[in-house]
Design a protein around this ligand. Structure first.
Ligand SMILES: *[C@@H]1O[C@H](CO)[C@@H](O)[C@H](O)[C@H]1NC(C)=O
Length: 290
């Protein structure tokens, strides 16, 4: 009885500790080992930044309290974070309001005013039935990448988490943009946010616990000389980071309908971001038709 109780206690305390503290893995891969990483987050609509990317943003922007490895944490503190949103989110005619909401959300997340932009282009409309032209996306991104000497671009993958075609257009646009940069400059690395199967998408805080369990077991394996199953960059929020995401989300007042509250309660992306590097040449090619 006592043994079972103490096992239960150990388990519960593990879950609590896992839920309270943020953690991450392989961040250096994402930042590219450069001295001053300049990271551009590329989104499609106001609120993408806090609904999907807070675990990453809060880790890159806030001084990491968990990492005891000072070299790593210094590298992270050195990261400059930029945000480029390719629409004002005008599908319901609320573009002007949503532009302001985005600014307030980025204030909460800590992206400086001089490092954030919203594009409002007639051919890049917020529309759930439209894919955006990759070439136009590429040309739109290009000056921001060049002028700010971006070293890492972060965006959705081809499934765009929610399958919104606007989200799904960003990766190939970014890839085309990177591929078109002059050979003479260092090309930014491109990472896409992994879309998980729908069953995994809505288990909320449990995603954080599971992801942390993966990281801990991966680290253990490594210690015993076994290659861990994954070297992907991963960011997992703790309770404070989750609260930051909620506060940022609350800035998007026009979007706070009941199902968004369901989303923020249960979505994995409020807790966990996993990234995979994408080669610009392979992602830039149009999909093969059979
Ligand atoms: C989205 O695009 C479709 C197809 O072009 C169009 O019929 C629809 O009116 C657009 N919706 C909005 C909100 O602009």
């Amino acid at each position: 009885m006592l043994a079972q109780l103490s096992l239960l206690f150990l388990f519960v305390s593990f879950v609590f500790r896992a839920a309270l503290n943020p953690t991450d893995a392989n961040v250096d891969a994402l930042l590219g080992g450069v001295e001053k990483p300049r990271v551009l987050l590329l989104t499609a609509h106001p609120d993408d930044e806090c609904m999907f990317f807070t675990p990453t943003l809060s880790s890159l922007l806030v001084s990491p309290s968990i990492s005891k490895d000072t070299e790593k944490s210094n590298a992270r503190r050195n990261a400059e974070v930029y945000s480029l949103c390719l629409s004002v989110g005008d599908a319901e005619g609320l573009g002007a309001i949503r532009r302001d909401e985005l600014a307030r959300s980025l204030d909460v997340l800590g992206v400086a005013e001089s490092k954030r932009w919203v594009v409002d282009h007639p051919d890049l409309p917020d529309n759930i039935t439209l894919s955006w032209d990759e070439q136009l996306v590429a040309e739109t991104i290009r000056p921001y990448v060049l002028e700010n000497k971006i070293t890492t671009i972060l965006t959705f993958d081809r499934k765009g988490v929610s399958s919104h075609p606007n989200h799904a257009s960003l990766l190939r646009g970014a890839a085309n943009s990177v591929a078109s940069l002059p050979q003479t400059i260092a090309r930014p690395r491109l990472f896409s946010l992994i879309t998980v199967p729908v069953l995994h998408k809505y288990i909320g805080p449990f995603s954080a616990v599971l992801a942390k369990f993966d990281l801990v077991s991966g680290a253990l394996l490594k210690r015993f000389g076994v290659q861990p199953p994954s070297n992907l960059p991963v960011f997992v929020s703790g309770v404070d980071e989750y609260k930051t995401a909620l506060r940022a989300m609350k800035q998007h007042e026009s979007q706070l309908v009941w199902f968004r509250w369901l989303y923020v309660s249960f979505s994995r992306y409020m807790w966990v971001n996993e990234w995979v590097e994408v080669s610009p040449s392979s992602a830039g090619r149009p999909p093969r038709t059979a």
